[in-house]
Design a protein around this ligand. Structure first.
Ligand code: GLU
Length: 314
């Protein structure tokens, strides 16, 4: 039986593990991200029943970036269902970097995963709403319902991204030419860029993870945010492609579905139990937070959670 003091000890272990690793660099291809203080470190755990534990800079708002892909996927699953998402986007890791054009070329323009940029732009193109603003409202509403509070766009992050997202615009047009972008590609990439530019805290990410852990019920608001049957495909996608090209290493060593973003956030889910999140801006070469990964891995290990261990022997 996990107690409050077990969770407190796990957070302390997470903090110590994070502080024991160094190195990495803030993402700098989006100018805003380069300006975030590199020494911030926040860790948070929220259980499926809403118990909350935080440490360090868990209340600092940072750019959600790629972690937003999880919630747009949730929105699109609700709109068209799991089979249609698999058919239109796919459910396999690409084995290539998150913004790879080669991955698209190799698979006839099909993105394979909704958690790489191409698949996320395709997801954004399937969001409800005829105009960019209407689709954006639906996406922001989904992020907010997962977090249990109104999430907001950072105009500064959005400007920085919109002014530099040329590669993603090219991906949107390539998708469109292959029949894998389901609205005007200019609209799709605009909405995708906005969804990456909201501000969340490590505590928000832990609530969002806890909502996935609790079968789609937000433990703070009690709202059934998505259908229970849509959590499993989301977690499967996270396990396969959540940590960029290091997703396999993460599954091998930690064994929990997780998603990271180039803003330095990482959100992991222990199904039925809790969300575990961390934030620290410096990234490794795959694009994952160096300290964030160490923190989440140590919290999970300290509490004994790894989906691939036999619970009967634990
Ligand atoms: N907005 C970023 C991009 O599209 C998000 C990337 C990420 O976090 O992986 O390049």
């Amino acid at each position: 039986m996990m107690t409050r003091s077990d969770i407190k000890a796990a957070l302390a272990a997470g903090h110590a593990a994070a502080m024991a690793v160094d190195g990495g660099q803030n993402a700098d291809y989006i100018p805003f991200l380069a300006s975030v203080p590199s020494d911030l470190l926040g860790i948070a755990v929220v259980t499926a029943s809403g118990e909350t534990h935080t440490m360090g800079d868990a209340g600092y708002g940072f750019a959600i970036e790629s972690i937003s892909k999880v919630f747009t996927l949730a929105l699109v699953l609700e709109r068209i269902g799991a089979e249609a998402v698999r058919e239109k986007i796919g459910a396999d890791p690409t084995g290539l970097p998150f913004n790879s054009v080669m991955a698209l070329e190799l698979h006839n323009g099909k993105p394979l995963s909704p958690l790489v940029n191409a698949g996320a732009i395709a997801s954004a193109s399937l969001a409800p709403g005829d105009s960019a603003d209407a689709s954006w409202d639906a996406i922001l509403d989904m992020q907010s319902r997962f977090a249990g509070r109104p999430i907001q766009l950072s105009a500064t992050v959005n400007k920085s991204e919109q002014e530099t997202n040329f590669h993603n615009r090219a991906i949107a047009w390539l998708l469109y030419s292959a029949g894998s972008c389901f609205c005007d590609p200019v609209k799709a990439v605009d909405v995708y860029t906005r969804q990456c530019s909201t501000l969340v805290t490590a505590e928000d990410l832990a609530v969002m993870g806890a909502t996935l852990a609790a079968g789609g019920v937000n433990p703070r608001t009690g709202e059934q945010v998505i259908k229970p049957e849509h959590t499993a495909p989301i977690l499967a996608e996270m396990m396969m492609e959540g940590l960029y090209t290091a997703s396999g290493d993460w599954a091998y060593t930690v064994g929990l579905p997780a998603k990271s973003g180039v803003g330095g956030g990482i959100m992991a889910v222990v199904p039925g139990v809790m969300g575990i999140a961390a934030f620290s801006p410096p990234l490794d070469t795959a694009g994952n937070s160096v300290r964030g990964q160490a923190a989440v891995a140590a919290v999970a290990k300290s509490l004994g959670y790894n989906l691939f261990t036999n619970p009967l022997q634990a």
